[in-house]
Design a protein around this ligand. Sequence first.
Ligand code: CDP
Length: 219
Amino acid sequence: MKAAPVVAIDGPTASGKGAVSEGVAAALGWHYLDSGALYRLVGLAALRAGVGHDDPQGLAGLAQGLDVRFDGGGVRLAGEDVSAAIRATEVGAMASRIAGHAPLRAALLDRQRALRRPPGLVADGRDMGTVVFPDAILKIFLTAAVEVRAERRYKQLIEKGFSATLTDLLHDLRERDRRDTERAAAPLVAAKDAVLVDSTERSLSEVIDLVVGLARDRL
Ligand code: CDP
């Protein structure tokens, strides 16, 4: 049996991957994997359990035992709705710090691949096209200028009721970009066969239409 098709959307923090991927999944009628949510869930579980960011085996153990359920746009950890909690800045920072550990990444691999189901999957993250779904029918590498990404993240956090300042966010984004691109395990890099899309001057719906068009051409 042929595996369900995958559209992989990778890129740096706050490049709009989440919104683009949800829009593309809705337009195609496909499933959606927010892989960053898995790293954030492990981050939240680690903060709660007191497992350090420098404990790769402890973190991999947490990831293996993680009781996660994605339902209707929300996410549950051991039954508790943590959709809002995983978006907190501290949780994002913890996720970014722990994502460099190879044993943790390995522990999350099967969980991500298990979400590949007909009629198809749109997967968003850092290594969807390079590591998790190398046979994706379409790989997008989505970028935007760091200042624009900081502004978008600022609006998103304020809308969700978190406090934030643009200066802190810009600093945080640059740090995350550095950690994501410099790590040894699955660094953030465009797959050789990825289509580069810069969303600095494109609206969300323009980017969604572009990606949906490219995906339909390849089906
Ligand atoms: O919201 P933001 O784009 O910063 O992050 P996210 O997509 O929610 O992911 C949270 C963290 O998990 C990121 O800072 C990445 O370092 C990490 N991550 C990863 O290493 N690999 C993925 N496939 C997805 C996220």
